[in-house]
Design a protein around this ligand. Sequence first.
Ligand code: DGT
Ligand code: MG
Length: 366
Amino acid sequence: PTAVAPVSQYACQRRTTTENNNKIITDAFEVLAESYEFNEIEGPCLAFRRAASVLKSLPWAVCSLEATLDLPCLGEHTKAVIDEILQCGRAFEVEKILSDERYQTLKLFTSVFGVGPKTAEKWYRRGLRSFSDVLADHSVQLNRMQQTGFLHYGDISRAVSKAEARALRNIIDEAVHAIAPDAVLALTGGFRRGKEFGHDVDFIVTTTELGKEESLLPRIIRRLTKQGILLYCDYQASTFDMSKLPSYRFEAMDHFAKCFLILRLEGSQVEEGLHIAEGDSRGWRAVRVDLVSPPMDRYAFALLGWSGSRQFERDLRRFARVERHMLLDNHALYDKTKKEFLAATTEKDIFAHLGLEYIEPWQRNA
Ligand code: DGT
Ligand code: MG
């Protein structure tokens, strides 16, 4: 018999491509995780996310419960769901959630840009069930982000294609290099991991000269405004404090300067054409773009932190903390034993500090 290396409980010790051999099961787990999330039950939510992530990393399809015996992160509940799906092709518990009015409504509301679970819950408790309910209710105060979310709902809820991401890269690339000849631009997020489609396009932008990056985002924003392609902009200046220890909380946003944008993308700029609804003859679409601007000495941490997947990021931090007594976030890596920060200029440096084999971006689809 050939010895097969055991599957690690940490996503950062697994290689997970975009090819998922267990999609039926992982989709079911993700519905369960999201339902727990809507009900603010953190433990089982994370357990189902971890289990889904383990199954995504397998180069084979699970076709019996016995086959899962040596896999980590699968408890009683997850195994019962797997068993039911293997036997009947679907799980009763998942079907029940999918047909649940509260789940459906929260799912619908949170699909709007700027609407999180808290707001969705508030609207649901007010008896609102549809977008027209929300828009007709005079007691609902939409902020600017949510107003834009409703305005461009069709475009923003439609996936962004790789070709559209490439076209946006050209637009941003032209802008940053016109502003700063020493600008550094990197595609990050799902498209860096090789995904075919995404909900937005994420970029890291900075300058090789330290400190010069501070004026970069405001200048990019001004340029995009002049070009008439900026439909929405939420700019957050840097609150980065380099003396602070890395954060324990993953969900908290990092402190780098960033902007959440909606850009107008012309069909003529996209080689394969726009990814829009059939019969839509506008010739342009709105796309969500995130720009993050760390100082150059934090570039590797920011790139690693924004490349995702979320589960990969969660496990990198958990691995650092539990296995290495180190703290990792999007800004820095701190060794608690030596009481010192560990510098890095590349992602490989960070993996090396953590004593981890390097995982390529396209293997981080955990
Ligand atoms: P998608 O949905 O196709 O855009 O997929 P991703 O993987 O590009 O997801 P996205 O754009 O939401 O986020 C990209 C990465 O950026 C994500 O994997 C981790 C990081 N990130 C985004 N938002 C947060 C946040 O609120 N906190 C932290 N710590 N990281 C975040
Ligand atoms: Mg993204």
